[in-house]
Design a protein around this ligand. Sequence first.
Ligand SMILES: NC(=O)c1ccc[n+]([C@@H]2O[C@H](COP(=O)([O-])OP(=O)(O)OC[C@H]3O[C@@H](n4cnc5c(N)ncnc54)[C@H](OP(=O)(O)O)[C@@H]3O)[C@@H](O)[C@H]2O)c1
Length: 329
Amino acid sequence: MVLSKAWTLAKHFKGFPKLSDFKQQEVELPNIKDGEVLIEALFLSVDPYMRSYSSISMKEGNIMVGSQVARVVESKNSAFPVGDFVISTAGWTTHSISDGKNLQSLLCNWPEHIPKSVALGTIGMPGLTAYFGLFEVCSLKEGDTVLVNAAAGAVGSSVGQIAKIKGCKVVGCAGTDDKVAYLKQIGFDEAFNYKTVSSLEEALKKASPDGYDCYFDNVGGTFSSVALLQMKQYGRIALCGAISLYNDSAPQLGTYPVVPFILKEFRMEGFIVSRWKDKSEEALKQLMTWVVEGKLKYREQITEGFDNMPAGFLGMLKGENTGKAIIKV
Ligand SMILES: NC(=O)c1ccc[n+]([C@@H]2O[C@H](COP(=O)([O-])OP(=O)(O)OC[C@H]3O[C@@H](n4cnc5c(N)ncnc54)[C@H](OP(=O)(O)O)[C@@H]3O)[C@@H](O)[C@H]2O)c1
């Protein structure tokens, strides 16, 4: 008999999520049937999309959605033998039974010296988001000047480093001075703390007086209204996320940058990383190669203990993470 712990959405979030919005439950799992495996979570991911997804697609009482790196502990499915490491979309659970459809094996030959948790970050969904957002949406070219916000996070830190690998100038901003120092350390040309600059407009101008070719937007809201006005002619804007808006209960009113859009002939496109599923494996191999070569650095903010998962999630939304926010069981 295996007891599985799970975190459920006890109450739909109103504004910024609270610890009391989550409830832990314990379930006794049945024996596995032919074709099934029992997996045990080692690392779980907490991501901003969980905040917005919960209001759109979850009911109170549902297990929180999410990905995890897990080990197969019992198997009646030859595709996933005991001891294999998999990425599962089982959600916030310690153990689960799967028929294999929601499992993906880790890249083969995963190097010993790279923690498997990185499959939830730089060599996983956030890394792919950076990769496809830059190459497929921004049509990144050598020599471009790239702006990215939430730059010290999982997606943003990969965006900046990949753009550097491709010979671009990179400007990033983040919410603490320590994060700004980290951005400089991983090769950003310019970085600033968006919370302490006296004028965002001036900070962006100072970082790149000629403006920006590409803007990788993780934040939305007021930041975007200011940044859009500093795009160069034919600027390309990848709308990746809008974390500054996820906790709003009513839409914010913004400025209307329609005229600069027309005159500067911008291209702005929203995207979801799963659009390029068919190219993911090839991209993951490229990300792995860059990591192994030391060109793409990763950092993780580890919260210890499954019981602390809601606190880790809230911490990430507040900006306590540098790099990928991970829960270690
Ligand atoms: N389109 C897709 O397929 C896709 C896939 C993955 C992620 N995303 C989006 O990409 C963005 C980054 O995701 P991630 O997983 O890499 O998260 P992350 O950047 O590792 O963590 C979130 C960060 O957002 C920043 N933040 C929080 N509230 C903010 C606010 N009001 N204004 C500005 N910054 C704020 C915080 O950093 P600071 O200290 O800098 O404030 C925090 O550390 C999110 O918007 C997410 O929804 C989109």
